[in-house]
Design a protein around this ligand. Sequence first.
Ligand SMILES: Cc1ncc(COP(=O)(O)O)c(C=O)c1O
Length: 353
Amino acid sequence: MSRFWSSVVHDLTPYVPGEQPKLANLVKLNTNENPYGPSPRVLEALQAEVADTLRLYPDPNSDRLRKAIADRHGVTPSQIFVGNGSDEVLAHAFQALLKHELPILFPDITYSFYPVYCGLYGIAYRQLPLTESFEISIDDYLQPNGGIIFPNPNAPTARLLALPEIERLLQANTDSVVVIDEAYVDFGGESAIGLVARYPQLLVTHTLSKSHSLAGLRVGYAVGHPDLIEALTRVKDSFNSYPLDRFAQAGAVAAMHDRAYFAETCRKVVASRDKLVADLASLGFETLPSAANFIFTRHSTRDGAVLSACLRERSIIVRHFKNPARIAPFLRITIGTEQQCAALVSALREILG
Ligand SMILES: Cc1ncc(COP(=O)(O)O)c(C=O)c1O
């Protein structure tokens, strides 16, 4: 606290990212990173960037990357915006597209950065409760609003909303922007990007942090009508013209091109997820259906906070949320390698006695 702070800073409640412990030999299953490294082609592309050209600014428009992303999704580069992680893309979307008179709508249990952006930009919001089974009910969103945002699959529940439900929302909600945050869609969801051509109010965001194993590079993007993209670009160019450095642009282009590696990594994560869910069921855990690279699971008798603490004593880190009370029994567990999942299951077996 300081008298030099602006009133905005006084009132901020910043987002708290998952812990990045400095200890070696941890089984780190707390921040939904990919347990497999990036494509070898990405590493080659990064090495090629270690050159005299680093004295020059990167391409402010990330043209090669936007073209690679556009080609992958069958859209045009004018429909693509890239940013320093999808967090930055989302931040710009809140400021550029979701700040209006009416409150925006998002679920009560969802990505906890959304209320933080609202605080930063002074955006009113209304949180709509998930159903008993932790699902988003589109009927709840059919009301006047300044915009709508939710992840699909949702986080931290991992539950997927079927694409026809998103289309039903878009048909009914034509006067404000709908942002679908698809950070985890590559692990079992169907992307809404195919709907962008028909719905000019739809913005879909993706990240290379999860399915492309590049959380350390910080690249995310949005796909939408060129008018929405222009709004994001106007905010970006009023904030930081070079959000993606030379490494990020080159590495992300290579990641977009290596489709085979991406598909194989996702396949391995999904196979480990299915096995982990079955193993946990045999220990008395009930897991919500997951279409993500993490699961949301609770034990029939044991407390989530206690289990999380016992795992930590055994050098296994998972995520536990105290609030809201409804999700306190749950653990959010990132899908690791086969060995990491096996270590988790054997630690839980020991803890549960
Ligand atoms: C739902 C959701 N959206 C967006 C992000 C941001 O991802 P990044 O900034 O790494 O692209 C995350 C990160 O965990 C997330 O869980």
